[in-house]
Design a protein around this ligand. Structure first.
Ligand code: NAD
Length: 269
């Protein structure tokens, strides 16, 4: 017999909120029972997004959720993310959060809640990116130090930081599987008289332009051959699919922190 999990969505009217709303409409095993957004105006989430279905009335803060739920999915801002974590702890629900930009004290507060809730926090919920992280680590292990690693990423013209968090995560995965640390091996810019490439370094190159959603390539350049591992996001739907997968997996787990690698069974791969 299949089970339906009750979902509360925080950040429901944002860019990710829209993707999650679409994904929830296509997930019969997940029932949206509460939706939170700062711009709640008495309408339902379906009315807000112009989507049929989703008859849940938006409320302005997680504390105003007056119904039971099994898992809360949060893609909002650090403050409501923390309120969501406290609420999950009080209600015995699981928490999936993709909200970024937490200050160290806020991260510490969220970590504090992990003793009381099943928590999956990830800077990138894309299933393909998480598989790419595992593949990059494995490739770095199989291709020895004769294979130089370069990480090339491309994003839209509005992105304000470089390299992307995902490029850095790929670099960390490669460095760790070679028993190294990215802060020691990363080369983040080259200009002018650079000298030859330091052995064992991990180079980063950044492209910015247009409306590129996000592309990451890990290049292994060895003697007489190259191997490229490439991920290309075409829309935000991939984050939503990953978040729903985490939500299904998390319900009923004992309190603690869980990673997307665990959700996807990549730890054992
Ligand atoms: P957005 O600005 O489009 O939407 C933010 C949502 O949060 C809105 O619904 C807004 O009303 C709500 N909100 C803001 N402050 C609130 C408050 N005080 N109380 C209640 N609701 C509040 O942002 P977005 O692009 O949807 O991204 C949301 C978050 O998710 C960001 O932190 C972003 O970096 C992160 N993100 C993570 C991933 C991932 O895979 N981990 C992917 C995409 C985005």
């Amino acid at each position: 017999m299949s089970t339906t999990h009750r979902v509360a969505l925080v950040g429901a009217t944002g860019r990710m909120g829209l993707e999650l709303s679409r994904a929830l409409l296509g997930a019969p095993d997940l029932e949206l029972v509460a939706a939170v957004a700062a711009d709640a105006d008495g309408r339902t989430l379906g009315q807000h997004h112009g989507l049929p279905g989703l008859p849940v009335t938006l409320v302005a803060s997680p504390e105003r959720i007056d119904t039971d739920f099994d898992v809360l999915i949060d893609f909002s801002r650090p403050e409501p993310a923390l309120v969501s974590a406290g609420l999950c702890a009080d209600r015995g629900a699981a928490l999936v959060t993709g909200t970024t930009g937490l200050e160290p004290a806020q991260q510490e507060a969220l970590d504090g809640h992990a003793g009381r809730i099943a928590l999956c926090q990830a800077a990138n919920f894309s299933i393909g990116v998480n598989v790419s992280l595992a593949l990059a680590a494995r490739a770095a292990e199989l291709l020895d130090a004769d294979y130089d690693v370069e990480i090339i990423e491309a994003h839209h013209r509005h992105k304000v930081d470089a390299p992307s968090g995902t490029a850095l995560a790929l670099g960390r995965a490669v460095a760790a599987s070679r028993g190294r640390r990215l802060p020691d091996d990363g080369v983040f810019s080259r200009h002018g008289d650079t000298g030859p490439r330091p052995a064992g370094s991990i180079g980063f190159a950044t492209v910015r332009g247009g409306d590129i959603v996000g592309e990451h390539t890990v290049l292994f350049a060895g003697p007489g051959e190259t191997v490229e591992l490439r991920h290309r996001a075409t829309n935000r739907g991939n984050f939503a699919s990953g978040a729903l997968r985490a939500a299904r997996w998390l319900v009923g787990r004992t309190p603690g922190r869980y990673t997307m690698a665990q959700v996807l069974g990549l730890d054992a791969a």
